[in-house]
Design a binder for this molecule. Sequence first.
Ligand code: SF4
Length: 107
Amino acid sequence: MVTSEEENRLRKFGDIFRRGKVLVYLKRVDGKCVFFRSGICAIYLERPMACVKYPFYFKSTGEEESYFAGVHVYVDSNCPGVVLGCPTKSFVDTIQSLLRNEKLIIV
Ligand code: SF4
């Protein structure tokens, strides 16, 4: 998903957005992001904040055990870099850093 600021910034790449009922997303081509080309992100330095934060995502509601510092924090378990277990200090620091970011999208 992209914020309105990101939508304005990325509009220069053409017809790349898909509109949901509330949020705006990057289009997919053959099941993959429109910017995923030759195995890499074609706009890596300009990618949306949702991509920067991946595999984390944040929700305003959720299960009690997902609640952390004011939001519900989730991790995409399909990400090959995710290891299930007790959160490390690095993990907690990363989440807190993400939560301090003003561009955080909470759905
Ligand atoms: S990181 Fe790049 S290729 Fe991957 S979803 Fe985001 S914009 Fe698309």
